[in-house]
Design a protein around this ligand. Structure first.
Ligand code: SAH
Length: 352
C-alpha cells in the first residue's frame, strides 16, 4: 500500500476517482500547505477523512521524542511501518526559524568509522514519502513553538546520493508543494561523484555539502572509505562543476579528530583544495562527537579555534558548527537509532 506522503496528486485522484476536482485540491492543500493529518482537514466530509486515513496510512510510527538544549533541539525516533527499522530526525530551533535534519536511509553502507550510523551498517533505502513525512511531522512540532520550518538538511542517517531518486522526489515535494526555497535545502554527501553529477543535472539549485574530513587521499581513504572509489581529484572536479552549473556555494564538512586531521599540514592541504573552488567554498568545522565504536577524541575547543584561525589566514571561509543535542545523541554522526554497533569491525586510525 502506498503511504500517505508517497502518494502523488495523481495517485490520490485515481484512488478517489468519484470525487470532484475541488476535493483533491482541498486534500492536497490540507496535506502540504496546512500540513494537516487527513482527519484534521475539516473542509472534507467526515467519511472522506476516514476513507483517506484507511487508504493512505502514514509511514512512521513515533517511538520516542527526546529534548535537549532547553527544548531547542528535538530528536524523533521513528520505526518504519514497512519493516520496523528505526530511523531518526532532528529538529533544531533557532531565533527566528527552525531547521530539520532528515534521514534518507535506515542505516548507512558508507562505513565511515567515526560515524555511529556507519558503525551500525545499512538496512534499506527510505522512500520519498518516508523522507517527506519526517519534514511534515517536524514542521508540526515547530509550529507548536510558533516557529516556521525554513530549512531542510539531508544530513541524518544514510547517504542521500546513494538514494538519489527518492531524495530528489522529496526535494521536489518540499519545493513545489510545501513551498520551501531550493536555497534552503541542503544535501550532504560523503562524496559519491556520480550522484553529485546527477544532482548537477537536476533542475533546482539545492546546496551541496560534502563531508570531506581530509584533504589528502591517504588519510581520507581511512576516514571515509568511499574515497578509494572516488578519490579527491575526481570529487573536487565534480564539486567545481556543480558550482559552475548551479552558482551555489559548496560547503565542506570537517569533523575535527584530535591529532588526526587538525594539524597545520591539514589546514594547508584543505586551503589548497578550497582554492580550486574559489570564491565559493566554505568550510564547516564540526568538533568530533563521541560515538561508541570509535576510540579517537575530538579536537579540543581551543584546537578547533586555532585550526579555524589557520584556515582564515590561508584565505578560507570557515565557521565552527555549534554542537546541538550531544546529550541525546542527536548531534552529527551520533544517529544510530539505538541500533547495536559493530565493534571492532573496522580499522582504527590512531593518533600516533
Ligand atoms: N552521509 C552523508 C549525510 C550525513 S551528514 C554525509 O556523510 O555527508 C552527517 C555529517 O556528520 C557528515 O558530515 C558526517 O561526516 C559527520 N559526522 C559523522 N560522524 C561524526 C562525528 N562522530 N562527529 C562529528 N561529525 C560527524
Amino acid at each position: 500500500m502506498t503511504s500517505l506522503y508517497d502518494a502523488t496528486r495523481e495517485d490520490i485522484e485515481v484512488l478517489l476517482e468519484d470525487q470532484p476536482a475541488f476535493r483533491i485540491t482541498q486534500i492536497w492543500d490540507g496535506l502540504y500547505k496546512q500540513l494537516l493529518e487527513p482527519e484534521k482537514i475539516l473542509t472534507l466530509p467526515a467519511a472522506l477523512r476516514t476513507q483517506m486515513t484507511e487508504m493512505l496510512p502514514t509511514a512512521l510510527n513515533s517511538v520516542t521524542t527526546s529534548i535537549s538544549d532547553k527544548g531547542d533541539t528535538v530528536k524523533f525516533l521513528w520505526s518504519l511501518v514497512n519493516g520496523g527499522h528505526p530511523i531518526e530526525t532532528v529538529l533544531m530551533h533557532y531565533r527566528d526559524r527552525a531547521t530539520v535534519c532528515v534521514s534518507t536511509q535506515a542505516g548507512c553502507a558508507m562505513a565511515c568509522g567515526f560515524c555511529a550510523t556507519g558503525q551500525a551498517g545499512f538496512s534499506r533505502h527510505l522512500t520519498t514519502g518516508e523522507i517527506v513525512e519526517q519534514v511534515v511531522r517536524a514542521a508540526r512540532e515547530s509550529a507548536k513553538r510558533k516557529q516556521r520550518l525554513a530549512n531542510v538538511v539531508f544530513m541524518g542517517m544514510g547517504e542521500p546520493l546513494a538514494n538519489e531518486a527518492a531524495v530528489w522526489g522529496a526535494v521536489e515535494r518540499l519545493h513545489a508543494d510545501i513551498g520551501l526555497s531550493a536555497r534552503n535545502l541542503t544535501i550532504s554527501t560523503v562524496g559519491i561523484v556520480p550522484g553529485i553529477r546527477t544532482l548537477a543535472d537536476r533542475p533546482l539549485p539545492v546546496n551541496l555539502a560534502v563531508s570531506l574530513h581530509a584533504a589528502r587521499d591517504s588519510l581520507r581513504d581511512e576516514l571515509v572509505p568511499i574515497n578509494k572509489r572516488y578519490p579527491l581529484a575526481d570529487l573536487v572536479q565534480a564539486c567545481a562543476d556543480y558550482l559552475l552549473k548551479k552558482n551555489r556555494r559548496v560547503s565542506f564538512e570537517w569533523a575535527m579528530i584530535d591529532g588526526i586531521n587538525d594539524q597545520p599540514q591539514d589546514a594547508r592541504e584543505l586551503a589548497r583544495l578550497c582554492k580550486r573552488l574559489r570564491p565559493a567554498a566554505h568550510v564547516n568545522l564540526i568538533p568530533l562527537n563521541p560515538t561508541p565504536g570509535w576510540p579517537t577524541k575530538g579536537t579540543s575547543p581551543e584546537g578547533v579555534r586555532e585550526f579555524a584561525r589557520q584556515l582564515e589566514d590561508l584565505g578560507v571561509n570557515v565557521t565552527i558548527r555549534r554542537n546541538r543535542g550531544t546529550d541525546i545523541d542527536a548531534a552529527c554522526g551520533q544517529l544510530a537509532a539505538g541500533q547495536p554497533i559493530k565493534l571492532g569491525a573496522r580499522r582504527v586510525v590512531t593518533a600516533e
